[in-house]
Design a protein around this ligand. Structure first.
Ligand code: AMP
Ligand code: ZN
Length: 664
């Protein structure tokens, strides 16, 4: 047999055995036989590099090293899920859906909510080409090399698959594998890992994929995304994914009524501990894609899906003390320091108390025995006090009146729950917090400079604000603790490089209260330069889409401040980007100013995302559902009939993709 054919045959055979073992759970040969064949293939591939294949079964053992995980945009956004906690919540949701969809029969697919790290896999012509973490939903980290070592992720697909699609799932660490990993660590004298979820997501970011390969990770799939998939429902897509070789848990169920959904929920709430992996709830999805399409999305989550979260685990422990933290905006956060206690697999030492009202409402006192709960958030919260255990000498807690860092008297604005330290320019954590925000990844992304170094530079009197970063010299930095020639050089280089960061991110980096990433983008596009923005009055600012009076006033106040004016003049003189780039300027117009679009269906010439971007770049607004405020409904192929009806009823003009493109 010629070599190419032999290699091909071995690859096929090994892939099939791998599939039998890791997806079907029905191995047909022994591990030993498998290893022999794998070694044979490895040897042949080493001898014949001309037959290299990035998706050969030999990549499962890893060996690729990723130093820096590249950030990549998701072609389709990865949404979060809305949560519900009771039967009433779910019924409420079903009513909402029914109101939108009108008088049609709606069925639901119920799945388990796997507790791991979400992952988006892209396949082209049946081969895995990219694996990206969820990140912030818009962009994530490219962890392809690591994911390829996960045996239940198919590298090549079976059956009849679409030419291109993304499939989303959860990378999990089954409990048994997790326990084994910990056993090995304990034997090696290392600290055991705290919980499977964090270990799974941590594993994806290991640099050496050979290490990842040793971890018993699995990937459970639950969503197929793409255009022209030829699939019409969620339940069908799970079936399809199975046919193509993915691991999809069998327990998913198609339900016709909320009562059936509740049966599924209640069953798994009780039986979840029998599963080989952890789940934290159930996900209920409207089954029909057409219905999903009509329901659309809110800013964060699909309207057609709902997570039902099981009750969080709770423990009692004692509250040793209450201390206070000062954030970069001066906001004060009370922190509960607890007697360490094990909760849902993690040792908890601290919990957030949110604000003064919270402490008062719960009547929490130092020394109390308190109930701690861990929900979805990383920081656990205190949900109540065990009054039966309260010591007779316990006194009500007095919230601080002065800043714990600079002793300035705290203020609390009308209608706000949070106390603030008003000493914006003199309070150390506010000063360093602002600089830390400025250098952070989504802002100026300054390489070679971290939060601790900022604190050190401030303590040593080298910086007092972010403009000072641009005057730092290598010679000033080298003498500092833990600084060497090389790290000082990198820092200066990183600062220099940040001068290329585009205006919208610089604007975000300034740390104006209420101006997050999205608002910064809107303002940058509307005003195009910092000079124009600095001239804007609050009345003018609120004319910009989605800018309310609270944001507008905060922007005006920021730019009226003399200190800020000086800093901005300095940033200008150092050469930062304080206006939008010529390229962007060319592509954005006011064509659709004041107009709201709803985009529905499948398009031919541009993707749905491109279409939305075109609308926004040209000053229009994209909404997800039709209302009397809608100017145009851009109707593509396969648009839901109820959207059409609604548009007709409200007299919204319907236009085609071509009509739209002509408008530009
Ligand atoms: P949350 O992180 O609480 O917003 O919940 C959303 C996350 O649940 C998604 O990003 C998924 O990673 C995860 N998830 C787990 N199981 C499922 C499932 N069956 N369907 C959809 N999402 C799921
Ligand atoms: Zn202060």
């Amino acid at each position: 047999m010629d070599i190419a054919k032999k290699i091909e045959a071995l690859r096929k055979e090994l892939s099939q055995h791998n599939y039998n073992y890791y997806v079907l759970d029905t191995p047909e040969i022994s591990d030993y036989e498998f290893d022999i064949k794998l070694k044979e293939l490895q040897a042949l591939e080493a001898e014949h590099p001309e037959f290299y294949d990035a998706n050969s079964p030999t990549v499962r053992v890893g060996g690729m090293v990723t130093k820096n995980f590249e950030t990549v945009m998701h072609e389709h956004r990865m949404y979060s899920l809305d949560n519900s906690y009771s039967k009433e919540d779910l019924e409420e949701w079903e009513k909402r859906i029914q109101r939108i969809l009108g008088d049609v029969e709606v069925s639901f697919t119920c799945e388990l909510k796997y507790d791991g790290a979400s992952m988006s896999l892209t396949y082209e012509n049946g081969t895995l080409i990219k694996a990206v973490t969820r990140g912030d939903g818009f962009q994530g980290d490219d962890v392809t090399n690591n994911v390829k070592t996960i045996r239940s992720v198919p590298l090549k697909l079976k059956g009849n698959y679409p030419p291109k699609f993304a499939i989303r799932g959860e990378i999990i660490l089954p409990l048994e594998g997790f326990a084994k990993m910990n056993q090995a660590r304990i034997e090696a004298g290392e600290e055991p890992y705290m919980n499977p979820r964090n270990t799974a997501s941590g594993s994806l970011k290991l640099q050496d994929s050979a290490e990842v390969s040793k971890r018993p990770l699995e990937c459970l799939l639950y969503n197929i995304t793409g255009e022209n998939l030829g699939i019409s429902s969620q339940f069908e897509s799970l079936q399809k994914a199975k046919e193509w070789g993915f691991k999809v848990p069998e327990v998913a169920k198609l339900c016709k009524t909320t009562a059936e959904v509740m049966d599924f929920v209640n069953y798994w709430d009780v039986h979840r501990h029998e599963l080989p992996y952890e789940i934290d709830g159930v996900v209920v999805k409207v089954n029909s894609f057409q219905h999903q399409e009509e329901l659309g999305y809110t800013a964060k989550a699909p309207r057609w899906a709902m997570a039902y979260k099981f009750k969080a685990e709770q423990v009692a422990t004692s509250l040793e003390s209450i201390t206070y933290q000062v954030g970069r905006t001066g906001a004060i956060t009370p922190v509960a320091n607890l007697q360490p206690v094990l909760l849902a697999g993690t040792t908890v030492k601290r919990a957030s108390l949110h604000n003064a009202d919270q402490i008062e409402k719960l009547d929490i006192r130092e020394g109390d025995s308190v109930f701690v709960e861990k929900g979805g958030e990383i920081i656990p919260k205190i949900v109540g006090v065990d009054f039966s255990k309260r010591a007779p000498e316990a006194t009500p807690h007095h919230y601080i009146t002065n800043c714990p860092e600079c002793d300035t008297e705290l203020i609390r604005n009308e209608g706000e729950a949070q106390h603030y330290c008003p000493n914006t320019y003199g309070c150390p954590p506010q000063i360093t917090g602002r600089i830390q925000h400025f250098i952070s990844r989504k802002a100026m992304d300054i390489e070679g400079l971290g939060g601790e170094t900022v604190e050190l530079l401030f303590k040593e009197g080298l910086i007092e604000n972010y403009a000072d970063l641009y005057t730092l010299k290598k010679e000033d930095i080298i003498p500092l603790e833990r600084m060497a020639e090389k790290s000082a050089e990198n820092l200066v280089l990183g600062v220099e490089k940040s001068k290329e960061i585009p205006f919208e991110r610089v604007l975000f980096a300034l740390g104006i209260r209420y101006v997050g990433e999205t608002v910064a983008k809107k303002l940058a596009r509307a005003y195009k330069s910092i000079d124009a923005l600095m001239q804007a009055t609050a009345e003018e600012l609120v004319q910009v889409d989605e800018i309310g009076i609270r944001i507008a006033e905060s922007v005006v106040e920021f730019f009226q401040n003399e200190k800020n004016k000086i800093i901005i003049e300095r940033l200008k003189s150092y050469g930062l980007q304080l206006e939008i780039s010529a390229e962007l300027l060319e592509n954005i117009t006011d064509t659709f100013k004041g107009q709201t679009f709803v985009v529905s269906g499948v398009f031919e010439k541009v993707s749905r995302n491109e279409l939305k971007k075109l609308i926004e770049d040209n000053g229009g607004k994209v909404a997800s559902s039709i209302s009397s405020k809608t100017t145009y409904l851009v109707a593509g192929d396969k648009m839901g009939p109820s959207k059409r009806e609604k548009a007709e009823k409200l007299g919204v003009t319907m236009i085609s993709e071509d009509d739209f493109l002509k408008m530009l």
